[in-house]
Design a protein around this ligand. Sequence first.
Ligand code: ATP
Length: 442
Amino acid sequence: MGSPRLDEQMILNDITNKVLPAPLLRVVRLIGREASNAGIDVYLVGGIVRDMLLGRKNLDLDIVVEGNALGFGHELKSVFGGTLVEHKRFGTASLFISRPGSAGRIDIAAARREKYEKPAALPAVEFAQLKDDLYRRDFTINAMAVKIEPGGLGALIDMFGGRDDLKKGFIRALHDRSFIDDPTRIFRAVRFEQRFGFKIELRTGYLIRDAASRGMVRLTEAQRIREELILICREEKPEKAVLRMRDLHELVFIHKDLSFSGTLGRMFAVSRSLVKWYGVFIKSPAGIEVWIINFLIMIDSLGVKETREVTDKFVFSNDDRNKILSFKENRDNVRRHLERDGKMLPSEVCGVLRPLSDEVILSIMARSRPGVLRERCRKYLRSYRDIKLKVTGDDLIKLGLPRGPRYREILKKALSAKLDGKLPGKADELRYLEKNVTQNTP
Ligand code: ATP
């Protein structure tokens, strides 16, 4: 796919009609009406403006208010209903609406200026005009706004040449201190560059290398870097950004021993097709965290110990950490078991795979050649794990078994027998329980 290009002939409203679905456009118009009633200026800002100009769909309504954002949030809630979540500390709010065709989220912030008192630390924030708000942003292409009028969208506000950079395909920082103030932008630059097929502009590239060589990333709160890494792993083709990070010597900020060879690109491709398969045959990929699968490829060169250092350093949530480590700890064992040729009972496959999350199973599949292991994993995900007993603990009560750990034991054995096709109907299951209860009862 080539780089997206702007169509000079389009006026903004035409673009808007193409990019914003009609119900969302109605929402925008209503926001404009409310702003006009309240006598305040409200703007659409950031990624959505960039994407409108590129003709890419973006359903995140990010608005900036020159005035009281929380108050305006309440007014929008009275129009749209939904749930308003206020972030009083930042003077921002998110309205979650669920109108037919336009379920989604509107993020409302007051225009603000940021003062970075220390490099790489979170800035002090004060309320300001739109221009200050745009100046605090990461790149020119993300620092454009469009005024929201009662009739729709007004003129494009482009104070830093964002539109020109979109046309030329440049990722350009707004000022020379940008990466010192906020080194997470180093990762953002790569992500946007690779997503759009752009180039990091020459001086911006120099500023990135300068901030990196001065150790700015290490001064940054690790959780903020983690969020950027997750965003990279959520990209459609994360390998492009990862390769670029390698060339810019950024992988060292994840772990000093991390390396990334081009052959991992193949692993990303295989895992994309597996995720697609999963979406068609198992359930929506929204049910799994695809970024974890990609992150595991990103850190493929690390062993268990180094991976633990990474999960600790970046303070992953327990859930994410467990999945990441579970892959590293179990993959060899799973492969040893499931790559074995010859017949294998479904109960044995379940015994190996049941403790693992779907992300981990897909990650193991992505690293194996087409063959028995993948086939066994596929069967497990598609059918084995959905096989349930018709009998329950109640049936054991009826058989007079005293309550205790034997309930679990017997039901587990029964499930294995069922998985292996030995108990086709409920009557067979009941007979099996009966036999086990009487056999083992003193
Ligand atoms: P995406 O398409 O990936 O969602 P986005 O541009 O909407 O991209 P977000 O991370 O949602 O990205 O941020 C929204 C906007 O906030 C950006 O467009 C940018 O203007 C601003 N922004 C986000 N992070 C930073 C940052 N670290 N420094 C400066 N501005 C930022």
